[in-house]
Design a protein around this ligand. Sequence first.
Ligand code: ADP
Ligand code: MG
Length: 253
Amino acid sequence: MSQQPPMIQITNLSKAYGKNTVLHDISLDVPQGGSVALIGPSGSGKSTLLRCINLLEEPSAGSIRVDSQVMEFGPRSQRPGGARLAGFRAETGMVFQSFNLFPNMTVIENVMAGPLYVKHVPRDAARAQALELLDRVGMAHKADVSPSNLSGGQKQRVAIARALAMQPKVMLFDEATSALDPQLVGEVLGVMRDLAAAGMTMVVVTHEMAFARDVADTVVFMSGGYVVEKGPAHDVIENPQEDRTKEFLRHFH
Ligand code: ADP
Ligand code: MG
């Protein structure tokens, strides 16, 4: 067995908005190259957990380690800021339900923007990398068009390329296909499947149960801010143990 530490280690994480605790004592490890699907009803805390992993939300307690960087939270911990926060965030790329491409830039400029303006990569190198990534998501032929001329599935594939351009160690997906017309879902899931197969560490919030079962190695079922059940993807989807998981999955059969 490998002794390699997990790529993501979430320990006793809690999050409250005022008096409303929406994440209760969550602990979760994701090995390097692993992929976890987060499933559960609306309001169960999936997005909040994802947003805590890259510190779009500040956890109330607990700790998060991504690769070699650790952040600890609690009443006595320092509010993270500045370079340390930026360094931590740079480890993760995130793809949202809404595509969030820059509308005033071409497709390739969208993918080049982070490397150019945040990492100060030379333009030629940023362009070459962006083309490679667009090719990887099947969008190289649209490099010079405006995002407004793309379908939702194409926009989302560009959004994935743009996140990858920052060379994150972890990719987070929050219902990346939920806003898409049904016939466009497959092309985005296909790109995500390829990424997982290439060894990217991923945490994916999804309502696509077949994708969770077939692509993720671990499925985590959340309800009411708790991790109710987690285990090997196929087992949890096909043979859930907890009543709440069974009830939730019934809606998908
Ligand atoms: P999910 O993604 O599983 O649908 P969320 O993580 O979005 O769930 O929400 C979990 C809970 O946290 C919900 O009760 C929601 O109302 C609450 N919540 C989410 N964001 C905020 C916020 N910014 N302020 C207050 N409450 C929030
Ligand atoms: Mg959500």
